[in-house]
Design a protein around this ligand. Structure first.
Ligand code: FAD
Ligand code: PYC
Length: 416
């Protein structure tokens, strides 16, 4: 945090942190706002930040039922990349990646974006062909992507098992060098602080329980802290989007699933890059604290419990131990899950709805963290102008009627 000198840090440590200024206020809820954002995850906070900063809307509230960043934003494994198959996806994820590259400066808050590269492994000739096809598509869309064979892989990640006789032999992989990881909490805190400085009210412990709609137009929201009047509502509630949509009698094409991750005890640096295996639904990176961060595929059943089931992570750990034998004696410290909202084409929904003034930004499934800045940026435009930004136009609900789906199951990787 560039605002604090070493002396300030030392003084705060000696005073047991009693002197820290609040990063954002805890304001009293107003009876009305020009716009309300439901959901204080990264996407909701980024939307509020850009609405205030770029579109001059200051009388905005972000309503969060728990604490900001306590949903998927604070539960994800922080992989940021833009190597999706379709040009529409490349456009939105690369827009986000461009914003990631300047985000710490933009927010004056270190989001610890580390461009250490992301590798997607191929385990059989069919998978290699699919991945090579994605590389060509990425290059055509201006997204950096290259093929790396076993020799390069062993240089990029010496602990990767390249023995051709294992259950999932590694034939090579795609590498996106500009991809990497970031600090997820810092993204929520940085956007919250930035939005607060532009006058946005961030209201925690405030659950939206109803939407007030009259003659096809949004007029307000009911919350656990009282009613609010507003002509504009942006719902950014990830795994609970369908619950919010039901309050407006809208049925979204979404499934909610648990997605699990776990971290090991901290070890010395062994993992200089990020490796994902779509086939076995497993991936691994190393945090700055030294923990190995490991993730699984979705639990196959629908659920709202942030827990997940043991068989899914057992299978993931089996694959991880085979791919990285060095991990076989490591202790796992924590396991958790988030609830992800998955669309039939594995692409997001950023859209107006049949209710005037009511917008949804959801369906990011297992891969929305990487999109946070780009999603907030274009959703703010959509809310402010009551019209889609060209980058999010292909992701409107309309596509489920027209059939113009943006199929991304392959690039969505671990999940489905
Ligand atoms: P959230 O952060 O979930 O925010 C939504 C907020 O809405 C929540 O805080 C919730 O409390 C609030 N809310 C819900 N209902 C209400 C209500 N009625 N009233 C008020 N507030 C409400 N993506 C990647 O790109 N890379 C990864 O490596 C990656 N790994 C992942 C690993 C795991 C284990 C999980 C679970 C997800 C992962 N993802 C990853 C996906 C990513 O985390 C999400 O797509 C992204 O964080 C969604 O952000 P959000 O702001 O939309 O949602
Ligand atoms: O979208 O890259 C991704 C991802 C990695 C782990 C979960 N999602």
């Amino acid at each position: 945090m560039a605002n604090y000198s070493i002396l300030t840090l030392a003084r705060n440590a000696l005073q047991r942190h009693r002197g820290w200024p609040q990063a954002w206020r805890s304001p009293t809820l107003r009876p009305s706002y020009d716009a309300v954002i439901i959901g204080g995850g990264g996407h909701g906070l980024a939307t509020a930040y850009y609405l205030a900063k770029l579109h001059g809307m200051r009388n905005i509230a972000v309503l969060e039922k728990g604490w900001i960043g306590g949903g998927n934003t604070g539960r994800n494994t922080t992989i940021v990349r833009s190597n999706y198959l379709n040009p529409e996806s490349a456009a939105i994820y690369d827009h986000a990646l461009n914003l990631w590259e300047g985000l710490s400066q933009e927010l004056n808050f270190n989001v610890m974006f580390s461009q250490r590269g992301v590798i997607n492994l191929a385990h059989d000739p069919g998978e290699e062909r699919e991945l090579r096809r994605r590389i060509y598509a990425n290059q055509l869309a201006g997204v950096d992507a290259e093929w790396v064979g076993p020799t390069q892989l062993s240089e990029l990640c010496p602990i990767l098992n390249l023995d051709p006789n294992i259950r999932y032999p590694v034939m090579g992989g795609t590498l996106q060098r500009r991809a990497g990881v970031a600090r997820h909490d810092a993204v929520a805190w940085g956007y919250a602080r930035g939005a607060d400085r532009h006058g946005v009210h961030i209201i925690q412990n405030c659950e939206v329980t109803g939407l007030d709609i009259r003659e096809g137009r949004i007029e307000g929201v009911q919350t656990s802290q009282g009613a609010i009047r507003t002509p504009k509502v942006g719902v950014v509630a990830a795994g609970h989007s369908s619950v919010l949509a039901a309050m407006a009698d809208i049925r979204l094409p979404l499934d909610s699933h648990p997605l699990q991750a776990l971290v090991s005890e901290p070890v010395k640096p062994v993992m200089p890059t990020v490796i994902m295996s779509n086939k076995v639904h497993a991936y691994m990176s190393q945090s700055d604290k030294g923990e190995l961060v490991i993730g699984a595929g979705i639990d196959p059943y629908n659920s709202y419990t942030q827990r997940g089931s043991l068989p899914v992570i057992e299978e993931t750990i089996r694959a991880i131990v085979e791919l990285f034998p060095i991990t076989s004696r490591l202790k796992m410290m924590r396991q958790w899950a988030g609830i992800v909202d998955i669309c039939p084409d594995a692409s997001p929904i950023i859209s107006a709805t049949p209710v005037k003034g009511l917008y949804f930004n959801c369906g990011w499934g297992t891969g929305g963290f990487k999109a946070t800045p780009g999603s907030g940026h274009v959703f703010a435009h959509t809310l402010a102008k009551d019209a889609a930004h060209p980058i999010n136009a292909p992701f409107a609900l309309e596509r489920f009627y027209s059939g113009a789906l943006v199929a991304e199951h392959g690039a969505a990787a671990v999940a489905h």
